[in-house]
Design a protein around this ligand. Structure first.
Ligand SMILES: NC(=O)c1ccc[n+]([C@@H]2O[C@H](COP(=O)([O-])OP(=O)(O)OC[C@H]3O[C@@H](n4cnc5c(N)ncnc54)[C@H](OP(=O)(O)O)[C@@H]3O)[C@@H](O)[C@H]2O)c1
Length: 234
């Protein structure tokens, strides 16, 4: 635990675990914008050193097109540090280098990308040219525990917020790398929408892997509930 950051998974969910607010039923006590504001307020209050999202979620924010440099010199592996002194970092898990950035930060938070070992040098050169930091795994798959330890050692990240989507949340939970769950529960339902329904913890199954212990329940404005749980390996 000491060699990696504390990890708090912070998410908004419908009562039935739905991830996408655009599919939530309405509430007479508030709209999705109010719920997002409450979620962001808790994010700010926790004041972690970094927030981390999966490749799909980061693609909604990065908005860059591929622009590999025409030619490049030697690239740094396994770690390139573009910024070391940031208050908060934005971290993305991108196994095969599909993410492209228009600049080196998201909302002022410098970006760090976690990549699989098979990623090409020209992609690393593109990231470095954009002012993006990166950590490349030894093998084709990303060892999330090792990547967390590097985030702590190289960037001084002591507390990280894991903020979705369901795919990346499930990966961290299944690997026993989540210490706390912070869930903002909206007064809404989604219902099952065929195979497209996205759950807050999208993984094959967590039974026998983790145990939750309630730390606190708070009723917020707009009929929201803030639930906090300690997460321990089962
Ligand atoms: N309600 C909320 O609070 C909230 C918060 C965040 C996001 N969201 C929503 O959630 C949706 C996206 O969720 P999602 O589950 O589809 O995607 P996601 O978790 O954002 O990204 C999943 C991708 O991340 C990469 N990844 C995850 N675990 C990995 C691992 N262990 N090793 C290597 N790569 C790994 C994979 O990328 P590759 O496929 O490239 O290998 C995987 O497909 C979006 O619509 C977003 O708006 C909601």
């Amino acid at each position: 635990m000491n060699d990696r950051p504390k990890v708090t998974c912070h998410m908004t969910s419908s009562l039935d675990g739905g991830l996408h607010p655009s599919r939530y039923t309405k509430s007479p006590k508030g709209v999705v914008k109010d719920w997002s504001a409450a979620y962001e307020g808790i994010h700010d209050a926790i004041a972690a050193d970094a927030w981390l999202v999966g490749r799909v979620t980061m693609a909604e924010m990065a908005k860059g097109a591929p622009h590999p440099p025409a030619g490049h010199g030697a690239v740094e592996r396994p770690v390139h540090v573009a910024r070391r002194d940031a208050k908060t970092y934005a971290v993305a898990v991108d196994r095969s280098g599909k993410l492209h950035f228009a600049k080196g930060d998201i909302g002022g938070d410098p970006v760090v990308v976690l990549l699989g070992g098979g990623v090409e040098d020209r992609h690393l050169a593109e990231l470095a040219g954009d002012g993006v930091s990166y950590i490349v795994a030894e093998g084709p798959e990303i060892d999330l525990g090792t990547a967390l330890a590097v985030l702590r050692r190289e960037f001084g990240i002591g507390h990280l917020l894991l903020e979705g989507g369901g795919g990346v949340n499930g990966s961290f939970l299944a690997a026993g790398l989540v210490d706390e769950l912070s869930l903002v529960l909206a007064p809404a339902l989604v219902g099952r929408v065929g195979e497209e329904t996205i759950a807050v913890f999208g993984t094959e199954g967590l039974q026998g892997k983790v145990e939750l212990t309630l730390l606190g329940v708070e009723t917020l404005e707009h009929d929201l509930l803030h639930l906090r749980y300690a997460v321990t390996p089962s």
